[in-house]
Structures are given as C-alpha cells and as structure tokens.
Ligand binder design. Structure first.
Ligand code: GDP
Length: 489
C-alpha cells in the first residue's frame, strides 16, 4: 500500500514568510531537525555556484526545488517556487505540477502584487488554495479586513477556519471556528459569532473547484497554527487527479507510467555537467531502471538513477507514485514540457509558454569563445532561463526573455559556469513569432524575408519583427502563414 500524496506549492509575495513556513512544515514532518536549516542549507548550496550570488545580493530565490516529508501516513511533496515577480516563468511552470497551493499572506500587508499574479495562475488552472494569514504575533489588519481583502481582491469565497484571539501584543491563541465560544473574551466572542454568520460555511467541493478558500491564521515564526494548516492539507487538499493530455486526460490509475517535465536545472553541481529534469509522475508505479520515452522526439531512456527529494537531500528512488516528483539526470535530452511515458502516444498539454518581451543581441568579448557561447545559450534555453534565436544571416545571436532579471542571471551564469564574458546590446527586434502553417507559403515567406528569419534552439523557424505593427502587416500579407507568440509544444 502506498501512502496518500499531497503535492502542493506555497505562493506568496517576497517576505510574507514562505521560507519560514516551509522550514516549519519540514520540521513538523520530521524531515529536518533544526529550524533554520532550510535557509542554511540553501545558502551552502548557493555558495557553491557563483551565479546564485544574485539571489543573495537581491535576497530572492530564483531556483526551485522539491521537498518531501511524511506525517500521519501521508506523503507531502512541497514544490518550492521562486518568489521574484520578475522571474516567474519557472514558478508558473512549477504550478502546473501541483494539485493545490497554500497562499501565505502577511497580516499587516494583505494581498500583494506577486501573490495576486500567482493566484491568477492558480485560478487559470483551477488549483485549489488554502490561505494562511501569517504573522499574527504582530499588529496587523483586523481579521475581518483580511478576509474581506482576500474575498474582494481575488473574487473568491472565504471561510475562516480559525480565529485569532487577539493579534500582536494581545495575541492569546487561536480559536477553532465552530467550537464553543464561552471561554473567549467578550469582544472576541462577538467577532467569532459575527464571522460565523457572515461568511459561507466551509464546503470542500467549492474549495477543490477553486471557488472558495479556507482561511487559517497563525505565525510561521512562532509555530502558531502550523499544525492546523498541515492537518487541513491532509484532510482537504486533493490527492493527485487526472491531468489534461492528448488524446485524453490521464488519471493516476492509468496503468502505464506517464509524467511530464516541468523544470530542467543544469549544473546543480558545478563539478559535473549534470542536468536534472524534474518530472511530475501522473500515473503508474515508477520503478528504478524503467525505460521511458519522451513523446515527440528521442529514443527511450532508461532511468537508472532517479532522484527523490527528501528534504533537499537527494535520495535515489526505487519506486515513485502518482503525485511524486522524480529528478532524472540526463545530458540534455529532456526539455521542459516533455511528456515521458512507458508507451508513447500520450502527450500532456497546457504547460504555459511565454512570449519573449525583451530581445537582446549577445556580444561576445572574446571571439574565440563562440563555441562555448553557443553551448551555453543552448543549455540555458533548454533550462528555460532564456530563449535563443540564431539568425539565418550573420552571427548576431539574439536572446529573448520575459523579465529583466533573467538577463542578469544569464550574464552571471555565462561567466561563472561557462567562463564566457559577454555583454548584451540592444537588438533591432522588438518581438518574435514562431512560424508555421501551409508548408509552401511558409517557404515563400521565409525566402522573401530571409533577413528577419532565425531558428530557435530546436531548429524551429522564428520571425524576428521590429514591432508589433510589423507582425500585423506581415500576417496580412501572408494569410496562410501562422505567427505564434509562443512555441507550440
Ligand atoms: P519569504 O521571503 O516569504 O520566504 O519570507 P521569510 O520566511 O524569509 O520571512 C521574511 C521575514 O519575516 C523574516 O525576517 C522572518 O523571520 C519574518 N517572519 C516570518 N514569519 C513570521 C511570523 O510569523 N511572525 C513574525 N513576526 N515574523 C515572521
């Protein structure tokens, strides 16, 4: 018998307390022994890799990892998500691999920009959300203000599950909604009665549909309300369910092993040019040594040394079950968005791709390093750090990103991991479109616009345009050609 799975992520604005809460969840799950270890270990790991200095300097986290812990017979897989609003492609993709999310809100700040963005991604995918209002050990907004803020800003039904008996200096504990109120101070008793009458009752179906969020109050730092939060995840958060795929959605009880890659991380250990593809297992029982075929390209690969992530210590896995995340070491064969399956024919859909919004020309400082640069750009585009475009004419390679911070990460990693000194210059292009459609027309179009054509890392044709206006103009002239803002997978 395998234990039930809860695969989830924490979404929050930087500083709301995600790291502290993660640490406490792992601690309660017996996965780590000392509070402080999540950051401490994170920092030790970071120190190994120079490019991660950006994280330290800016106090942000740009990598994501997987942490597994167990409690009361349930296996929890917590997928960490980077918290910076400028670098969120990774986060968005990680949210495709979870079944639910915890939304952490700072009691003094309410809903902040990044929380809201991440929430919107969850809503798009109907990911159910449990809300944890953190830092009740400090003065903050009143519980009513906080509940109404969540309800109004996110257009979501809210059900308080706990009620703080005072906040900040007057904090005296947490009251479980529905329990007798006689022992409470009069003022709190009144609040609890008002709240009980004023908000909808908890409805697990509405929560699982993404229409309602149960709200917990607490303090990650002081461990208030953390047990109740874990219990709620165990009791209400959905187990792994069917995921959208072609030709049909795949349920966990589908007999074959299937999964998809939602993240690829290169150079986790700078001494080895290893590359770990993070696969969410969707169905079947994975056993070590199994052969899995990436759908659409490539030969079957034998997964001899899969990695499970037990509180950040990599462990070799013998078996894994739907909802688990497996790290698959490889040499660049696996890409974000790939489906892996025992038998080919299934393809998971709906992994978000992002149109590059900033295009830059890469200027190499030492021309003898062309080969290294190409290798680095290929690697980093495969990881999803950047997108790369190789023009048909000339050697002015172009990279595309969604956020400014990705550019800093790129330069820093080129230098630290590939020993390539490069700069970024303005590019004449403003946007990129993947070209497809009628083969004859595509050829005509490409022949007539050679100067603006490029290939992406996989050799797909891309049209580099000087403006959105030009895209429209060209699209009108070549009606049988399709211009896509993101690459179809
Ligand atoms: P993250 O950026 O969301 O990962 O936030 P951190 O977990 O790093 O927390 C940001 C700051 O808030 C740190 O200084 C924490 O010690 C502090 N913090 C986190 N949780 C609490 C809490 O429950 N109460 C108080 N007073 N401070 C907290």
């Amino acid at each position: 018998m395998t234990s039930p799975r809860r695969t989830f992520a924490i979404i929050s604005h930087p500083d709301a307390g995600k790291t502290t809460l993660t640490e406490k969840l792992l601690l309660k799950g017996g996965a780590i022994h000392l509070a402080g270890e999540v950051k401490a270990r994170g920092q030790a790991r970071r120190a190994r890799s120079d490019w991660m200095k950006i994280e330290q300097q800016r106090g942000i986290s740009v990598t994501s990892s997987v942490m597994t812990f167990e409690r009361d017979g349930i296996t929890f897989n917590l997928l960490d998500t980077p918290g910076h609003e400028d670098f969120s492609e990774d986060t968005y993709r990680t949210l495709t691999a979870v079944d639910s999310a915890i939304m952490v809100i700072d009691a003094a700040r309410g809903i902040e920009a990044q929380t809201r963005k991440l929430f919107e991604v969850c809503r798009l995918r109907s990911v159910p959300i449990i809300t944890f209002i953190n830092k009740v050990d400090r003065e903050g907004l009143s519980p009513f203000e906080l509940l109404d803020e969540v309800a109004d800003k996110l257009a979501l039904d809210v059900t308080p599950m706990m009620w703080p008996i005072g906040m900040g200096g007057t904090y005296q504990g947490l009251h479980v909604m529905g329990d007798a109120t006689d022992a409470l101070p009069d003022a709190v008793q009144e609040e609890v009665e008002l709240a009980g009458a004023g908000y909808p009752e908890f409805d697990v179906e509405a929560y699982r549909n993404g229409d309602l969020t149960p709200v917990f109050f607490g303090s990650a730092l002081r461990e208030y309300g953390v047990d109740q939060l874990i219990e709620a995840i165990a009791a209400f958060a959905p187990p792994p369910h069917a995921l959208p795929a072609e030709p049909a959605p795949v349920a966990p009880d589908y007999p074959d092993v299937t999964g998809f890659v939602f993240k690829v991380q290169a150079n986790m250990d700078p001494n080895h040019r290893d590359r770990i593809a993070f696969m969410r297992l969707v169905s079947g029982t994975f056993k070590r040594g199994m052969k899995l075929t990436p759908t659409g390209h490539g030969k079957p690969i034998a997964v001899h040394s899969p990695i499970l992530f037990f509180a950040q210590q990599r462990e070799v896995a013998d078996e894994a079950f739907p909802g688990d995340i497996i790290g698959i070491p490889n040499h660049g064969t696996l890409r974000v968005g790939d489906t892996l399956a025992e038998k080919p024919g299934v393809r998971f859909t709906g992994l978000p791709n992002f149109a590059p919004e900033i295009l830059r020309r890469v200027a190499l400082k030492d021309p003898t390093k062309t080969k290294q640069l190409r290798k680095a750009l290929d690697d980093l585009s495969e990881e999803g750090v950047i997108q790369v475009f190789y023009p048909e004419i000339g050697s002015n390679w172009i990279i595309g990103v969604v956020g400014q911070l990705q550019l800093d990460v790129l330069l820093s990693r080129l230098d630290a991991e590939y020993k390539v000194a490069a700069g970024l210059e303005p590019s004449p292009y403003d946007t990129a479109r993947w070209v497809g459609g009628d083969a004859g027309e595509v050829k005509t179009f490409m022949d007539q616009n050679k100067g603006a054509m490029a290939k992406d890392r996989d050799g797909n044709p891309v049209f580099l345009a000087k403006s959105a206006w030009e895209v429209n103009y060209i699209a009108e002239r070549y009606p049988a050609v399709k211009f896509a803002a993101t690459r179809e997978r």
